[in-house]
Design a binder for this molecule. Structure first.
Ligand code: TTP
Ligand code: MN
Ligand code: MN
Ligand code: MN
Length: 362
């Protein structure tokens, strides 16, 4: 989000300007304003208010109508006093002073460039750097008393590569590269695009793939072999591989915001046209390889959005007495795991109508 999100969107076709910040698909300015507030709380390690603003954004985005007065938001869920205050301000004044103040705040601006999630969030260190008066990448890099961990070094080193959004067309061209590498090492393996691009997003921070093998157990050597293949092709700029620690006997677990224990790797691959390395720019790529009997759960979990996953999991817990995560669905009453080979199976177990990935952009 840049300063431009502070401008009020006008909808001339309906003859309403100024304070009408809404569009049929959502509340544009409101959404962006909330994201700034959410980030600011994130930078202060305040997860509660941060999530509250993100949730409010999801609710407003999902509305099929435009919010033109505060009264219209009365019966909407997840909108607390702080969010209503922002909505009211924007409706009345055409802007949010709180948001504008934040956008020009030195702390917010610094965190935005030093710990922004495109460089792989490290809020705690961001705090330390900020207190020492460091305000930019070069401040941090030239301060030799600072020790950067491997993730941070990579973030700095590849900042140019990973900070530019990946387009859907670039994701498609990467898909054929990944397809090729996977099938070269294991012809029977499957590759699925997941994450934001599977939900139909036009741009993303990275490209996410799930790969697996039809034969249970064969997936174990899949990622290491794919990584070697990408290395040989010369497009691998960075690789952080994590072997599987998945063990069905550890389930069900109750981690809050639990990710998963499958083998995965976070890569930076140079495949897109750009300004770096003789015209080949890099981008972040996530690969995960669950065993095939866990595939549907992994696909549902990695397709996101994060907000959608949070809501789906809490629905499973609260309304159905079930525990859903990236590995499995567990029925607490029956004390049994429910099998699924497709995402549709999982929705059916939950008693929900199937939702297409593009409907999960909460
Ligand atoms: P992201 O790739 O972070 O998010 P996104 O693809 O929705 O959007 P963008 O990349 O453009 O910012 O994560 C995709 C999903 O994968 C998300 O629902 C969280 C999930 N996920 C896991 O389940 N386990 C993991 O280890 C990681 C990194 C992500
Ligand atoms: Mn992604
Ligand atoms: Mn991301
Ligand atoms: Mn990802």
């Amino acid at each position: 989000c840049s300063m431009s999100c502070c401008k009020v969107t006008e909808k001339s076709d309906e003859g309403v300007g100024g304070s009408d910040f809404c569009s049929l698909s959502g509340v544009l300015y409101g959404s962006d304003a909330f994201e700034v507030l959410a980030e600011s709380y994130e930078f202060n390690n305040m997860e509660g208010p941060c999530l509250a603003f993100r949730r409010a954004t999801s609710v407003l985005k999902s509305l099929p109508w435009a919010v033109r007065c505060l009264g219209a938001t009365q019966d909407l869920p997840c909108l607390g006093q702080p969010t209503k205050k922002v909505i009211e301000e924007v409706l009345q004044c055409g802007r949010s002073f709180e948001v504008e103040e934040l956008l020009s705040d030195e702390r917010y601006q610094t965190f935005k460039v030093t710990v922004h999630k495109c460089v792989w969030g490290w809020t705690k260190d961001g705090e330390k750097w900020f207190c020492r008066g460091l305000r930019s990448f070069s401040d941090i890099l030239t301060d030799h008393s600072i020790h950067l961990n491997r993730m941070q070094q990579t973030g700095f080193l590849h900042h140019g590569d990973i900070s530019r959004a990946v387009s859907a067309a670039e994701a498609r061209s990467l898909r054929s590269i990944i397809d090729g590498a996977v099938h070269c090492v294991t012809p029977a393996a499957t590759v699925a695009l997941t994450g934001g691009f599977h939900r139909g997003k036009e741009f993303g921070h990275d490209v996410d793939f799930i790969v697996t093998t039809p034969e249970l157990g064969e997936e174990e050597s899949l990622l290491p072999n794919v990584i070697d293949e990408l290395k040989e092709q010369g497009i691998l700029l960075y690789c952080n591989y994590q072997a599987s620690t998945f063990d069905m006997r550890k389930l069900p677990n109750h981690h809050f915001e639990a990710m998963d224990d499958f083998a995965k790797c976070f890569l930076i691959c140079g495949w897109r046209a750009g300004r770096w390395r003789g015209g080949l720019e890099g981008g972040a790529v996530d690969l995960v390889s669950p065993p095939v009997d866990r595939y549907a759960f992994a696909l549902l979990g990695w397709t996101g959005s994060r907000q959608f996953e949070r809501d789906l999991r809490s629905f499973a817990r609260v309304e159905r007495g079930m525990i859903l995560d990236n590995h499995a669905l567990y029925d607490k009453k029956k004390k049994e795991f429910l099998a699924a080979s497709t995402e549709k199976d999982i929705f059916a177990h939950l008693g929900l109508e199937y939702m297409e990935p593009w409907q999960r952009n909460a």
